[in-house]
Design a protein around this ligand. Structure first.
Ligand SMILES: NC(=O)C1=CN([C@@H]2O[C@H](COP(=O)(O)OP(=O)(O)OC[C@H]3O[C@@H](n4cnc5c(N)ncnc54)[C@H](OP(=O)(O)O)[C@@H]3O)[C@@H](O)[C@H]2O)C=CC1
Ligand SMILES: O=C(O)CCC(=O)C(=O)O
Length: 488
């Protein structure tokens, strides 16, 4: 394994080899808890590097698809075993690159390993159905074939789980892969690719090209040799990728933003609800597309709930995420911090009241990092930017309602529809919520974040391209169906 060379430099992985970019340039990956801590240098790749990776993936695709699913699955099992031995190293790297706490990064890495094993098993599962024909002398059935070369463009907020939940199904169903990870977390991705390499995937089956989104990401999206693109990230970039893929007839899948509501009904267990709102909103420093950002509370319990929420938020310890006493780490980058602070300012200007937090932390142990206190806004109305736009930081907007009908209307009053939750003991309220809420993930008496790898994941409205990832749903994206009619 030569993933890392001198001076903490990480290379691209193309056609089974670790290689420098044609550009000769590199990009620094910094620790957001302390920007003087350099995690590594990654390649600042060019369109030529993308061409070479796509060519390698093309060259490898026939051999790879001709293996049996079970053979491809065995290689994923082996990758999982190697990753398990490196769990501590990969998790610590993810923490240093993007700032989530070490227990969260370890949990995510363990989840990545479980995803690899889940899709390894898919290699042995059915790929079609027999469908009765109207012709008694015919056999009709479906089978599935890979799409070819899949481009993976992944974000920084789940640097282990997201690349794996895209690459593992792509590979097991017989596709080859070119991945461009988020620049903030490209070192973590190189460490994951090294596990695939050591498991013995044939040259060209998996290729890593790091670099700028506008060059490498866009280069993949527009490349005629890439048959399908799977993306997670912002709505703005998702739309660019979707348009590029559509223009050349490639298949695409986009998972984008959220503005996820939690409704607290007047019969809710307030203790459990406050805990779930705090973890849903502030874990990973609020940087999950499933994070809680709007909390819609019935007026009868509004003040009691608010008090519990503020009290629980005061207990949060903030600091370097490698420190085991820290509950919430820094924000992942300066851009993200500035974006979050600008929304907090906007919230104040729009007339919402800041109940707690929202200050940038810059003294003493915080001076070299991107830290902000978790913030809760009161007196928020649904038309405010903090109630409509994805902040991707530790900010909660509290909205007061009298009735459940009003609560549902407000919950649906955004362009997003990823995740939504309700806290109630009343079965009628639960059922109305399940039926009427516009969200791909519907949660009852549980926080808005939290995804199970064996279940479909994705959103409604502008949160996704209306496809689903993970679980069996991945098969629909990463394969094409053939309907076969055989006559005697
Ligand atoms: N749904 C989710 O889970 C996520 C949502 N977001 C949302 O996006 C906002 C901005 O975060 P950001 O990291 O800038 O998200 P982006 O959408 O810019 O980044 C996601 C991925 O797309 C790449 N990319 C950037 N520009 C292009 C392009 N023109 N063509 C192809 N690929 C491109 C990025 O590369 P590079 O890293 O090199 O720029 C990265 O790999 C956040 O505040 C949040 O609201 C962000 C991350 C995850
Ligand atoms: O909540 C999760 O576990 C996954 C969330 C996610 O996919 C994201 O934030 O991009």
């Amino acid at each position: 394994m030569t993933v890392i060379t001198e001076k903490n430099t990480y290379l691209n992985f193309i056609n089974g080899e670790w290689v420098k970019s044609q550009s000769g340039d590199m990009i620094k990956s910094k620790n957001p808890a302390d920007v003087n801590d350099i995690v590594g240098y990654v390649q600042n790749s060019t369109a030529d590097d993308v061409d070479r990776a796509v060519a390698a993936a093309h060259e490898a695709k026939t051999g790879w698809r001709k293996l049996t699913g079970a053979e491809r699955g065995q290689l994923l099992y082996k990758t999982a075993d190697i990753m398990e031995q490196r769990l501590e190293d990969i998790a610590a790297c993810a923490t240093r690159e993007m700032g989530k706490t070490l227990p969260e990064a370890k949990g995510e890495t363990a989840r990545g390993i479980a995803i690899l094993r889940y899709y390894a098993g898919e290699g042995m599962r059915k790929t079609g159905d027999v469908i009765p024909s109207t012709d008694k002398d015919a056999l009709m059935f479906t089978t599935r074939v890979p799409l070819g070369v899949v481009g993976v463009i992944s974000p920084w907020n789940f640097p282990v789980a997201i690349p794996i939940w895209k690459m593992a199904p792509a590979l097991v169903y017989g596709n080859t892969v070119v991945i461009k990870p988020a620049t903030e977390t490209a070192v973590t991705c190189a460490k994951i690719i090294a596990c695939f390499e050591e498991a013995g995937l044939p040259a060209g089956v998996i290729n890593l090209v790091t670099g700028q989104g506008s060059v490498v990401g866009q280069g993949i999206a527009e490349h005629d040799g890439v048959n399908a693109i799977t993306f997670t990230g912002s709505n703005q970039v998702g739309k660019i990728i979707g348009q590029a893929a559509l223009a050349r007839g490639a298949k695409y899948q986009l998972e984008m933003g959220g503005k996820n509501p939690v409704i607290i009904a007047d019969d809710a267990d307030l203790e459990a609800a406050a805990e779930a709102v705090v973890t849903g909103a502030f874990r990973s420093t609020g940087q999950k597309c499933t994070a809680t950002s709007r909390v819609i509370v019935q007026s009868g319990i509004y003040d009691r709930f608010k008090e519990k929420l503020v009290q629980r938020t005061k207990e949060i310890t903030i600091g370097d995420s490698l420190n085991e006493n820290v509950w919430m780490g820094p924000i992942a980058s300066k851009n993200q911090l500035d974006n979050c602070l600008s929304y907090i300012e906007k919230g104040k200007q729009e007339g919402a009241s800041l109940l707690i937090g929202g200050e940038k932390l810059e003294d003493g142990k915080y001076q070299n990092g991107y830290y902000v206190q978790p913030a809760i806004f009161d007196n928020v109305t649904s038309d405010m930017a903090i109630a409509q736009e994805e902040i991707f930081g530790p900010v909660i907007a509290l909205l007061k309602v009298d009735t459940m009908e009003e609560a549902l209307d407000l919950a649906n009053d955004v362009k997003f529809g990823l995740s939504a939750s309700i806290f109630t003991q009343n079965i009628g309220r639960m059922l109305s919520f399940i039926d009427e809420i516009e969200a791909g993930l519907v949660r009852v008496n549980a926080e808005s974040a939290g995804v199970e790898l064996q279940a479909p994941f994705g959103g409604m409205k502008q949160s996704s391209s209306h496809s689903r990832e993970q679980g069996e749903a991945a098969k629909d994206f990463f394969t094409a169906i053939k309907t076969v009619f055989v006559k005697q």
